[in-house]
Design a protein around this ligand. Structure first.
Ligand SMILES: [Zn+2]
Length: 525
């Protein structure tokens, strides 16, 4: 018997937590944060309490009530009683996680899984996940690669003082030797805490089940689709993918190879299933190049966090417009860790036109002190940029807006190369971004503008003449459907979409049966 249970990713974008059970083996495709559900209860200053262990997460339905899969330091055994009457409560052992990529809506809640459960993923996803965790403030919901153990004292789950962090076992699809530099990076964390480390090992079967990994194109490097061989046949999982970025060929190769497996099931993302528009990364490059060529002052380029592909597009544009690219320290750290495992990513040491922005800080975290120390000749502060504004493209984001005061842009351009407004909060932030840009008289390029009063996300639109400065991480409907028809599974299960019925409509008469998952319900396949 083979079954799939969808604990997330149903009628929502992200939050994928898909359990595959076959014979004696259980594995999850991804274990991400359901941002939609989380936002129902929480916001910036109202968060699940780290010192409540798993209690808040289970009570609010952010984690499924599956006893046996979580960290043993976050819930006392007798506290499970409170959740044993919840719908879907089950006791189980899980043998592995297949992680598609390092976006938190796919990876975040690995944080709560028992540290004995291995995470299988691409080497690049492992590296990005750890670089993100190394360079972020410690966050209970983002302990993907290593955990800070807690103990239950006086009704609270408190951090164990002076104990080393505990690393999760990561098994990687690397396609070759893991570079020594990458091993050293993996087996240590910045700071004095120390790491109870677990070296990277090659990925293979999970439990009894053979697994194949396929690199795919997405808005973060290292994204993978997977296929798992079960009694029912091959089960394929798309993760997030697209057909219009620098690695589009990967996605096409995945489709061909998956088709050759004649799979029983394809679990497929459908973020943009109803969307036909298609801006490619090449078009983003050309449009952004044009905008930078027209600029005489400082260029601020705003694109999604960890989107190194986009960063490298702006690096290329900087080279072609006689500017230098200035990146934030956290991006410099990520570039530094990625370059040994990705040919496309230059080493900071060798790229003289890549500079690291240093804003004044009273205290530097260890990772930042290290990278500033090692690349001291490449640091640049607001004062230097201010004097020669036309010489730079600064990789910027909403969270860096404060620095504009020091930069005092004169004749500057703000290029918005990021996603559109999705929700009400996004609209509020977008209004703030406009206020900042207007205050400093920046020319705005690619920024969504309010139409009829901006009360709903639909009210924001990018002016038609400024379209084409952002390419989505997700394939559009026509290409997704073409891929599905090529793979031709017996059963198609749409996930990561708000428009599952579109799959059923569009695949009518193809012989592909579309089945809709229900949250927490077992689907026999
Ligand atoms: Zn993603």
């Amino acid at each position: 018997m083979t079954s799939l249970t969808f604990y997330g990713g149903v009628d929502e974008i992200g939050g994928n937590k898909i359990l595959l059970h076959d014979g004696g083996t259980r594995l999850f495709f991804d274990f991400g944060i359901s941002y939609g559900r989380r936002k129902l209860f929480y916001e910036e200053y109202l968060n699940p309490r780290a010192n409540a262990g798993l209690r808040d997460m289970l009570e609010m339905g952010l984690l499924p009530p599956l006893r046996g899969i979580y960290r043993d330091d976050l819930l006392e055994p007798d506290q499970w009683k409170a959740f044993s009457d919840r719908p879907g409560y089950e006791e189980m052992e899980v043998h592995g996680i297949l992680l598609s990529h390092a976006h938190f809506d796919h990876s975040g809640y690995i944080s709560f899984l028992n540290e004995s459960i291995p995470v299988s993923t691409s080497l690049v996803t492992a590296v990005i996940s750890k670089a993100i965790q190394d360079s972020a403030k410690s966050d209970f919901e983002k302990e993907v690669c290593f955990t800070l153990r807690r103990e239950y004292v006086g009704n609270l789950y408190q951090s164990v003082k002076n104990s080393p962090a505990k690393q999760r076992p990561f098994l990687v699809f690397s396609g070759g030797e893991i570079p020594q530099k990458t091993r050293e990076f993996w087996e240590d964390i910045p700071g004095k805490r120390g790491l109870d480390c677990c070296p990277l090992k090659p990925a293979g079967k999970i439990g009894n089940l053979p697994v194949r990994q396929f690199p795919v194109d997405h808005s973060i490097y290292g994204a993978s689709a997977y296929a798992v061989e079960t009694e029912a046949g091959w089960i394929c999982y798309s993760g997030d993918l697209r057909f219009h970025g620098g690695a589009a060929d990967y996605t096409r190769t995945f489709a061909e190879k998956a088709a050759a497996l004649k799979p029983r099931v394809l679990i497929c993302e459908g973020t943009r299933i109803t969307d036909k528009n298609r801006v490619t990364e090449d078009e983003v490059y050309l449009n952004a190049l044009d905008a930078v060529k027209r600029a005489s002052g400082l260029v601020l380029a705003d694109f999604g966090a960890r989107n190194i592909e986009r960063l490298l597009i702006f690096h290329r544009i900087a080279g072609e417009t006689s500017r230098q690219l200035v990146v934030m320290p956290r991006d410099a750290y990520l570039l530094d860790k990625l370059s040994p495992v990705m040919d496309a990513v230059p080493t900071l040491e060798d790229s003289k036109d890549l500079l690291i922005y240093t804003d004044p800080k009273a205290r530097l975290d260890t990772w930042e002190r290290e990278i500033r120390g090692r690349l001291s000749s490449r640091l640049i502060g607001a004062e230097t940029i201010r004097k020669n504004q036309g010489n730079y493209i600064l990789c910027f984001s909403f969270w860096d807006l404060n620095d504009m005061v020091d930069l005092a842009p004169d004749n500057g351009v703000y290029i918005y190369s990021s996603s559109e407004v999705f929700d009400e909060e996004g609209g509020i932030d977008m209004k703030r971004l406009h206020s900042w840009a207007d205050h400093f008289h920046l020319k705005k390029v690619g920024l969504p503008v309010p139409t009829k009063g901006a009360n709903t996300p639909d009210d924001w639109e990018i002016p038609p003449e400024q379209l084409g400065l952002h390419a989505s991480g997700h394939g559009g409907g026509p290409e997704l459907l073409e891929m599905i028809k090529l793979i031709s599974p017996d059963i198609l299960v749409p996930v990561h979409t708000l428009h599952k019925e579109e799959f059923a409509r569009a695949l009518q008469g193809t012989g592909i049966k579309v089945r809709f998952p229900s949250p927490g319900q077992k689907m026999q396949v």
